[in-house]
Design a protein around this ligand. Sequence first.
Ligand SMILES: Cc1cc2nc3c(=O)[nH]c(=O)nc-3n(C[C@H](O)[C@H](O)[C@H](O)COP(=O)(O)OP(=O)(O)OC[C@H]3O[C@@H](n4cnc5c(N)ncnc54)[C@H](O)[C@@H]3O)c2cc1C
Length: 395
Amino acid sequence: MARKKIIIIGNGFASLFFIQYFLLSPVFPLFAWFLRRVYSKYDITVIGNGHFVYFPAIPEFITGKKNSQGITIDIKPFLRRRNIHFINETVTDIQDGGRTIITNKGHYKNDVLFLGIGPAFLKDDIPGTREHTLSPCDGPESMLLFMDKLNSLTQGIIYLGFKINKKDGFVSGRGGQMYECACLLDYALKEKGIRDKFEIHFFSPDIAVDETGMITDRLQERGIILDYGYEPAEFVAGGMKDDDGSLRKADLILYSPGITGSKLVKESCLPVSAGGQIDTDKYGQVKGLTDVYAAGDCASHENPPPWVPHQAHMAQLRSQAVAKNVKAMLKGEQPVTTYRYELSCIMNMENDAIWLHMASDNKPPFWNIFPKHSKKLINVKNIFEKLYLIYLRYF
Ligand SMILES: Cc1cc2nc3c(=O)[nH]c(=O)nc-3n(C[C@H](O)[C@H](O)[C@H](O)COP(=O)(O)OP(=O)(O)OC[C@H]3O[C@@H](n4cnc5c(N)ncnc54)[C@H](O)[C@@H]3O)c2cc1C
């Protein structure tokens, strides 16, 4: 019998977690390591650009602790070790209810499709976003450009902010990452001895003007000016225009727009949620299509709690459930595995750190063995990163 053809689009967190949970579980790690080099039960293909980027480390470009090279991995050897074909192409369309994948160079058929194509950002939401702002969410290049511009300034006004797309009922945006960037920027400028020459502002129309709490305390103790509730009418050269036409001066703006689905989501046969993402059910199945699954930042949730964000951690939980459901489906069974909702991330401020956490079942992270507020969490965050990158590079 012909092996089932599984196509995975994208080589980011969601796709790699799917592969990790889908392939032979390493009860005997050495045996599995050898076996999967020579034998595959399925014919698996990944279509992507071949470079995995560890996004959570990008804010640390600001302190010079991380760089592009250190957080980008050629993922082809990882795939070869698992007997997975790799196609270095960009998917431009999905047809026949998911069975035909069109790329910039060819077309491919599948029996099962997994979509881990990541987010797109609502850059047309506020005019001037593309021309006058930079974002860590656009990847290492945009953050490097921000650093070049920052390094050319000896004084000035810097605005950092974010917006959330709330149409799918959860946090489709990057708040935590932007708070982290603001605190790291404060630290870096203090290290250079020029913090007093800069104003750092933090804005978001999605935070109530009178918001209080752990994160707000951290921003205030660093002298970061809170422009909570503020949304610029337009980003322009030299700053931002308000509704009344007045100009707020800014020498540099780091801004993350709300998250939506990419052009591929909107222009292919995929169902689109109210927020523009792939409409996905609680089993990770793409609604209305057969044997098509999605996870990570490209996909909406079914009845999510309003606090859940798009995170690598959520991609992991969802990809794990999808892997089980695909296995069940390949055995002729119904998908029954759902996933937990959990927000979990360490906000690194270089001289301090906090663990931001919420879970749908109220389970604490790692049985509460770690403190919630301690500089030591920076080491924990670094260890997670190192272990994951070692796994991708060598296992
Ligand atoms: C600055 C920053 C800090 C973050 N910090 C944290 C953190 O501390 N903790 C945490 O859990 N999460 C964090 N996140 C969020 C996390 O990085 C994302 O949630 C995660 O990357 C989502 O994984 P994904 O696989 O859905 O998307 P991605 O990682 O973006 O991967 C998408 C993949 O799809 C490919 N692709 C897209 N379109 C196509 C196409 N048409 N054809 C072929 N391939 C395509 C891309 O090339 C890429 O390989 C952070 C994000 C940022 C930006």
